[in-house]
Design a protein around this ligand. Structure first.
Ligand code: AMP
Ligand code: GLY
Length: 421
């Protein structure tokens, strides 16, 4: 099977690594890829948000199966165009990708499905939004409706902060994403992520994880794309996971099917858990990054079979064989991230690290220059390890981190603290 993966971050490096473990894979191309991916697969310079370009490439290269990593190509309708062209594809249609691309859409689906989530109001003008905030009181959550690269969510502690966020959003601070605003009740509890595959009808859970969105130790400082993650997430017990499936995820998938826009791909449910009850924070229509890295580490070769079964509508007969172990990933980022940062620093010490099924450094933002690996993104490396316990996995990961020489980089030294405490 000739396989094309779209994307070029740590998530796609881990997908590429897992796919290559599977003997079904004859040839793997990743577009655009990065320096770490280029060491294991062919990379192609493609505009992955241009459906026509992707379809032409697939035909020219005799690709049999396309796996879409990030949300932007999904929101751009790349999966739709590939399906129209008769190509097997892992990833939801543009209509189904609305579950991530529009917060108001997701809220309406939750209402229709009876799925527990934060109470909300949906606004298209600032005055009405501000009046709602004043009536509800704080803390309160103000969200730009559209895709804002994880930045369109403000948790306001004062009415003044909430009003300022509303003015920013309607003032265009998030571009088109802020033309509509959703205001939500602030939910207390512990967050965890639940990953399921869905083939339009059938749902198959493939793992739980927790990430660390804040940049600083102890979960402080500005939000990032994620500074580290681990799987499984102990807070998502089997009982709570079963409730999340029955009360939130399956009703959502049934509602999508009922509307004629069945969901096919991986669904990432961000959950808030309080007193044993899960509520939905948000859906993402793709694997989390860096959650994917820890999931792939534990799934290995079967990830390809599962994604193929999803794309072919055969999940009813699929099953996951879990190793009874833990995986963790520590993100090494460029100094300054998530604000402005410099690129181009040379990273050393990678060759000397162990590289086996228990230790892998996935590349998130790297470029090869004159035979050297250089930083070319905010999040640069995902240092990933497995172990019989989370503690063991964390020791392995941090041993590797300590051997990597990335003078312009930083990392959090407390990844996994909630589960380790
Ligand atoms: P989102 O982009 O919707 O994932 O929001 C980003 C982060 O904001 C989430 O991961 C939560 O930590 C937090 N958040 C979003 N909505 C709420 C809410 N209604 N109550 C509490 N925290 C929230
Ligand atoms: N790590 C969070 C995300 O991928 O959205």
């Amino acid at each position: 099977m000739n396989i094309l993966i779209l994307g070029g971050g740590g998530r796609e490096h881990s997908l590429a690594w897992a796919v290559l473990q599977n003997p079904k894979c004859d040839r793997l191309v990743v577009a655009p890829g990065n320096a770490g991916i280029a060491a294991i697969a062919d990379c192609a310079a493609l505009n992955i948000e241009d459906p026509g370009q992707v379809v032409d490439f697939v035909h020219a290269e005799s690709i049999d199966f396309v796996i879409i990593g990030p949300e932007a190509p999904l929101a751009a309708g790349v999966a739709d165009r590939l399906r129209e062209a008769g190509v097997l594809v892992f990833g939801p249609s543009k209509a189904a990708a609305q579950l991530e691309a529009s917060k108001a859409f997701t809220k309406q689906i939750c209402d229709a499905a009876g799925a527990p989530t934060a109470a909300y109001g949906h606004f298209t003008d600032a005055e009405a939004a501000k009046a709602h905030v004043t009536a509800q009181g704080v803390p309160i959550v103000v969200k730009a409706d559209g895709l804002a690269a994880g930045k369109g969510v403000i948790i306001a502690e004062t009415i003044a902060q909430a009003h300022a966020a509303i003015d920013d959003m309607f003032g265009g601070a998030f571009g088109g994403a802020g033309a509509e605003v959703v205001i939500e009740e602030f939910m207390q509890g512990e967050e965890a992520s639940f990953f399921v595959l869905c083939d339009g009808t059938n749902v198959l859970p493939i793992g739980t994880a927790q990430d660390h969105k804040r940049v600083g130790a102890g979960d402080t400082g500005p939000n990032t794309g994620g500074m580290g993650a681990y799987t499984p997430a102990p807070v998502l017990t089997d009982t709570i996971a079963a409730r999340a499936l029955d009360e939130i995820i399956k009703p959502t998938m049934a509602e999508m099917e009922r509307r004629g826009t069945p969901y096919q791909g991986v669904l990432y449910a961000g959950l808030m858990i309080e007193n044993g009850a899960p509520r939905l924070v948000e859906y993402n229509v793709r694997f989390g990054d860096p959650e994917c890295q820890v999931l792939m580490m534990r799934l290995g070769a079967q990830a390809l079979d599962l994604m193929q079964a999803t794309a072919e509508g055969r999940l009813a007969e699929a099953q996951v064989n879990w190793a009874q172990d833990h995986a963790i990933t520590v993100v090494m980022a460029a100094n300054g991230y998530p604000g402005a940062y410099e690129n181009g620093a040379v990273i050393q010490g990678l060759e000397a690290l162990p590289d086996d099924p228990d230790h892998i450094v996935f590349h998130a933002g790297t470029t090869e220059k004159d035979g050297q690996i250089t930083a070319s993104g905010g999040r640069v490396l995902n240092v990933t390890a497995r172990g019989a316990t989370l503690q063991h996995a964390a020791e392995r990961a941090y041993d590797m981190v300590n051997k990597i020489d990335f003078p312009d980089g930083f990392y959090r030294s407390d990844i996994g603290w909630r589960a380790l405490k």
